[in-house]
Every structure is written in C-alpha cells, then in structure tokens.
Ligand binder design. Structure first.
Ligand SMILES: Cc1cc2nc3c(=O)[nH]c(=O)nc-3n(C[C@H](O)[C@H](O)[C@H](O)COP(=O)(O)OP(=O)(O)OC[C@H]3O[C@@H](n4cnc5c(N)ncnc54)[C@H](O)[C@@H]3O)c2cc1C
Length: 389
C-alpha cells in the first residue's frame, strides 16, 4: 500500500517514467496524485477549458474515508462536509410516507459518512496535483498506437507524445475507451430511464438539509435542499432509448414536459425552473460494463471503465477507490503493468459489479418505480421501514 508520506524515500521503483492521464475529474486527479507519488512523470489532458464543475454532492464513506486519509485530504473533506440530511418520500398531498431522518442515522464511527459538494472535492484533489503534473486543458487524444515499449499518442491539437502507460479517466463517454476497446459501445448498459438535473440558488421549496422525493408510476421528482442551493431532479422511465440531439436543449425540455406536465406535488414549481434556461444536465441512466478494463499499456479508471450510474450514489467514491487500487497494484508490480492491471481489475470488479447490480435493480425500483406494482411495493417497504438508503 502506498504511504504518501514515505514514498519519496526509496519506495519509488520507476522514477520519471511518463504516464498520460486522459480526464481531470475525480478519477483523473486521484490517479495523478498516486502516480506522482509512485515517481511517474504525469501528464493530464482534459478536453474542457478548465475543471468541469457542477453536479450534486458526493457521498464519502467506507473504504473511501481510508483512502482520503491516506491521501491526507480527510481533514479538508471534513471541513467542507455538509450537514446530515433528512430523506423523505412524499405523496401528492406532500404527506411524508417515510424515510430517514438525519438524527436516526447510526452514531457508530465505523459508519461515518460525509457528503461534500462535488466542486469542493474537485478543488481538494486538484490542489494536491497542481504544480506536480503537466496539465493541458482543451486537449484530447486523437489517436493511440499501443506498441511493445510505449504508447504513441497523437493529440487533437497536432501535438504528440510517447508514454509508458495511458490511463483513461475520461468519464462515462470515455474517449480512451472508444479509441482502444472494440466493445466500447456495447458496454453501455441502458438502465431504462432518463434524468434531468438542475442546480439553482435556494428555492424555498423545501427545508435546508433535506431531500424530498415524489413518485408516480414511471416518473420521479426529487428535490435536494441545502443552505444555499436546491437540486431539481426529474427522472422518467422509458423502455426504449429515445433518439434526441444532446445539443438541442429545447427538445430535452420538451421531453421533460411530456413526462411531467399535469403532475401534482411541487412538480409545477420544478417545471418553472426547467423553462428558465438551457443550463441543465439531461441524460439517460446508464452503466459501463466492460469485458476488460485494460488492454496492453492502457487501463481505464472510474466511470470510463465501470460507471455505476448516479442511481448508485457511489460514482465519486468508486473513482477514488479505483485510482488507489490501481496505484497499489502498480506498486506491487512495478515492472509488470500487465500483472498490475490484472490484479487491479480482479480485486475491484466484484465490488463494482455488486454496486451495479444493486443500482440496476433495487436502486431503480426504489428511486424510480416503473409501474403501479413497483410503486406499491416500494411504498409498502417505506411504511414498514425496510428501505435502505
Ligand atoms: C460536470 C459533471 C457533473 C456531474 N454531476 C453528477 C451528479 O450530479 N451526480 C452524479 O452521480 N454524478 C455526476 N457526475 C459524474 C461523477 O462526477 C462521476 O460519476 C464520478 O465522479 C466518477 O468520476 P470520473 O472522474 O470517472 O468521471 P467524470 O466526473 O465524468 O470525469 C471525467 C473527466 O474527463 C473529461 N473528459 C471527457 N472526455 C474527454 C476527452 N476526450 N479527453 C480528455 N478529457 C475528457 C471530462 O470533461 C471530465 O472532466 C458529473 C460529472 C461531471 C463531469
């Protein structure tokens, strides 16, 4: 296991070997952190003009707390941690069907759990590599040639480079994955629905530090309330994938209206935010289920290789776990990337598959019941206190 405080004292087995990381999200920044500590010379490229900000808060629990402790970042995370939130399932009249109050969560330190804004964790991770890596925003891989000694990479700005390893940390729609792995498209598993998300300044629609969720068959509206902002989330089921233009925000707004117009609870107020502008996320719920996470000198980390979907609520944690596990495997096999990649995958895959399976089944039916029967069963579990969030 890499200890960042001692890694400069001789544990470095491969000093200044060049490594390319594609993507500067949680997976990319955390991978960069560990690779610099292993003594590699790290280059990160990120297609956006800067860090990609936004999104809902991230849960930090279990193994991720230990990893952030090893990274000496846990205090910074604690300092930014959000207050615990109440979670309530609502009906049309805004009556609470059940849920979990912040006070009822376990007081056991081994069950410690922090929630932190995505941007805050991004800043903490970025600060840990800033100045220690070569970083190019607005750059993407155009072509890769995976040879016996190195990977030759051509970038979309015409520049080129040779690297001992290339680590694809470029998210759900990974460019590295599609350039390298023949099963890239087939690996995207459609979970049967679409979601809209918009983060707006505090709306007053619900108390701070609470989540409220209202479902009818095939449709769920969810609000997250914080001290300074509100997340507006609308999700609907669709058996078939919908052919839409991801650049056409007006078309996406129409799709949301088609599924939510006429619903009660706080949905009309939520739809007013949908109409405000095009500053929102709209996407299908999907997972990435690859046959293998590496090929030759190229490996995938985080959503690029094994996206578990927002339904799992663990995408950020799994990216941090993946980066640490890959680095630990490379430290155990400093001269054998093939063995390291295999070990990384063998050790992490069972956990990832368990999370994916749970999200695709219990997660979907709890958060987005597909039909009357699923909704009834979910509401029965809520009333009986059997829902595990
Ligand atoms: C802006 C944003 C908002 C998000 N909001 C939520 C949310 O609300 N809820 C949730 O559950 N998950 C959300 N996610 C996903 C969540 O961050 C990930 O599931 C999780 O953190 C795993 O991180 P990752 O680094 O593997 O992937 P990501 O966080 O997706 O990071 C991938 C990075 O790679 C970059 N990239 C993409 N293509 C290329 C390319 N061709 N070349 C170089 N770089 C590339 C992206 O710009 C991004 O910075 C969001 C992701 C982003 C980028």
């Amino acid at each position: 296991m890499i200890d960042p405080s001692t890694s400069d004292s001789g544990a470095v087995s491969a000093p200044k070997i060049p490594v390319l990381i594609s993507g500067a999200g949680f997976a990319g920044l955390a991978t960069a952190f560990w690779m610099t500590r292993l003594g590699y010379r790290v280059t990160i490229i990120e297609t956006s003009g800067g860090l990609r900000r936004g999104g809902t808060p991230v849960d930090i629990e279990g193994e991720t707390i230990g990893i952030l402790t090893r990274m000496e970042m846990i205090e910074a995370v604690r300092a930014k941690a959000l207050p615990p939130r109440d979670f309530e399932f609502k009906d049309e009249e805004d009556t609470t069907l059940g849920g979990l109050t912040a006070a009822s969560r376990p007081d056991d330190p081994s069950a410690a759990r922090y929630e932190i804004h995505r941007d805050d964790l991004l800043d903490i991770l970025f600060a840990s590599v800033d100045g220690a890596v070569e970083l190019h925003f607005g750059r993407s891989i155009a072509q890769l040639d995976d040879g016996p000694e190195r990977v030759s990479v051509a970038f979309d700005d015409g520049s080129q480079g040779d690297y001992a390893l290339v680590l694809g940390c470029d998210g759900n729609r990974s460019n590295t994955r599609s350039l390298v792995f023949a099963d890239s498209d087939a690996a995207s598993y459609y979970m049967g629905g679409y979601f809209y998300l918009r983060v707006v300044p505090k709306t007053g629609l619900l108390p701070a530090n609470s989540t409220q969720l209202f479902s009818v068959p095939g449709r769920t509206a969810m609000l997250n309330g914080y001290d300074d902002r509100t997340d507006i989330a609308l999700a609907f089921r669709s058996d078939q994938q919908i052919d839409y233009d991801f650049r056409d925000k007006a078309q996406q707004r129409r799709l949301v209206h088609d599924h939510f117009d006429g619903l009660g609870w706080k949905v009309p107020e939520m739809l007013a935010h949908v109409d405000a502008d095009g500053d929102f996320y709209f996407d299908r719920a999907n997972q990435i289920r690859m046959r293998a996470w590496s090929k030759g000198r190229i490996a995938l980390v985080g959503d690029a290789g094994y996206c578990v979907s927002p339904v799992a609520g663990l995408g950020g944690s799994i990216a941090l776990i993946g980066a640490a596990r890959l680095a630990d495997a490379l430290q155990r096999h400093p001269d054998d990337h093939t063995a390291a990649f295999q070990e990384y995958e063998a050790e992490l895959r069972p956990f990832v598959e368990q999370v994916q399976e749970r999200a695709a089944t219990a997660g979907m039916s709890t958060l987005f019941p597909a039909d009357e029967a699923e909704l009834e069963e979910r509401n029965r579990k809520i009333r009986a206190g059997e829902i595990d969030l």
